[in-house]
Design a protein around this ligand. Sequence first.
Ligand SMILES: [Zn+2]
Length: 347
Amino acid sequence: MEEKISQIQKEYLEEIQKAQSLKELDGIFLELFGKNGVVNKLSEEFPKVPKEERPKIGPLFNQIKSGLEKEIEDKREKIREAGYQKLDEEKLDFSKSTQIKPRKGRLHPVTKLEKEIVNLFTKLGFSQFSAPHIDSEEYNFELLNIPKGHPARDLWDTLYIDTHNLKATPGELLLRTHTSNAQVWIMRELKPPVRMMIIDRCFRYENLDARHEHTLDQFEIVYIDKGVSMANLQYLSEYFFKGILGADIKARLRPKYYPFVEPGAGVDGLCIFCKGKGCKVCGGMGWLELAGAGMIHPKVLENGGIDPSVYSGIAWGVGPERMAMLKYGVEDIRLFKSGDLKLYESI
Ligand SMILES: [Zn+2]
């Protein structure tokens, strides 16, 4: 019996030393001290031990039993410590944290471009003007030479405000369809010479696609002074394209109809992709239609209280989102309001 106990002690001490994990130690503990474990089985053999040997075997058995328990507990402690040390090495190495690239905040690409545009025209003495987003038909259409029933109203898909609970005639209030509603506000508030710019939101009842959004930004300048002419319009167009798209981008004017200007011009920029040679984007034309402009219609000047026989003016407008699409190579205008961080981070 004595020999058997010593044999068990030797065997399990070795196993405890070899153990590499807490799980292995748990296994050894169960083998030794579990219900059907080695120790229980040994104690069952006690009655068979001759009486004279019992005083010797009993204490030896207890000593070895508590000895093995202690060995297991010590080994558990060692494994835990080694584990913590490993964790320390792996996770608390702060030097590695410097390798993680921090995410930086940045401006939305359209905001970035709009700031560039505002800076560009501030240099020419233009100031920003703010007109109502919810405005009357009068400012959005009538004062701009677009009377009720005029076919030109079909050019704008208008969102009207439900006036049910308002002191307004049905159909009188709308979400402005363009920043041009600011024109007569400007003329009525300021005396010429006027150099103002509007960069703000407009709203249209659009069929949404890659080039059309219901909520869009517009940039517009209103320049009124004595002797302002189409030559100034040509200059301002080139100034804009060169400042935003690059030094070699020329502008050309084509006749185009807008009811609140006379004459009106579609403003083309030399295609930034092929520089005039013709490519897929410009449809082989070498030019892209980028802006709309013209000399402010004499009737509109009169509506603003300005004498058209003394003063003349330019209205010139562009869609910053469309410009951002070109400048940053974005194919779908809807991405700008999608909240897709991948797009913002790539620009
Ligand atoms: Zn091209």
